[in-house]
Design a binder for this molecule. Structure first.
Ligand SMILES: O=C(O)c1ccccc1NCC(=O)[C@H](O)[C@H](O)COP(=O)(O)O
Length: 208
């Protein structure tokens, strides 16, 4: 089971996520987010992460030149896109960059799920999240997990949106998600990650 702790912004919580057994750690580069880290700070946090744990850099509608600087500086294992990026652009990045390309999609209804087929062969993984609200992600809201129950997935995927230590086991049971992602659910306030909650989340996933 893959576990992503997203929106890490301090060395202490990065270390806590790694020690708790996260397989992926997320860094948000989006100024409107309470979890925003500059590319320089992201590079410094990235340097603490041991081989074997994948670093995910999140961007929203980043210009191609800025993206290339971000990749050079942070050297992420995964780029996660939360904006209006097109399938063709992501496919091109997938061909040219060495990192994995993930696309986050706000899952509103069955129609959204069907339109997600457009990412097959264009992205390495799709991350089903709650529909965007104030932020494109990290809003701490769950969507209707029943949409994914028994769904015939044609590409790698993950589940995000309002997951925390108390509900992640139920989410896994209902959806059989191979990867779960949390941000707000392991915080005591927006942007304030808590090591004990990170540990509880990882334990709840492993116990599911
Ligand atoms: O976390 C943010 O602030 C954020 C801002 C802009 C784009 C994406 C963002 N987060 C993306 C994530 O992968 C979150 O972990 C995911 O949306 C789940 O968040 P939450 O519901 O708070 O657990």
């Amino acid at each position: 089971m893959l576990i992503k702790i997203c929106g890490i912004s301090t060395p202490e919580t990065m270390d806590a996520a790694v020690e708790a057994g996260a397989t992926h750690v997320g860094l948000v580069n989006f100024e409107a987010s309470p979890r925003h880290v500059t590319l320089e700070a992201a590079a410094s946090l990235r340097a603490r992460v041991p081989a074997g744990v994948k670093v995910v850099l999140l961007t929203v509608n980043m210009a191609p030149t800025d993206l290339s600087r971000a990749v050079d500086l942070v050297q992420p294992d995964v780029l996660q896109f939360h904006g209006r990026e097109t399938p063709d652009w992501l496919a091109k990045l997938r061909e040219t960059l060495e990192c994995e390309i993930w696309k986050a999609v706000g899952l509103r209804d069955q129609g959204t799920l069907e339109r997600c087929r457009q990412w097959i062969g264009k992205a390495d993984r799709i991350l089903f999240d709650a529909p965007a609200k104030a932020l494109p992600g990290g809003n701490g809201e769950a969507f209707d997990w029943q949409l994914l129950a028994n769904h015939d997935h044609k590409m790698d995927w993950g589940l995000a949106g309002g997951l925390g230590p108390d509900n992640v086991a139920e989410a896994i049971r209902l959806t059989a998600a191979p990867l779960v992602d949390t941000s707000s659910g392991v915080e005591t306030a927006p942007g304030q990650k808590n090591p004990a909650l990170i540990q509880s989340f990882c334990e709840a996933v492993r116990g599911a």
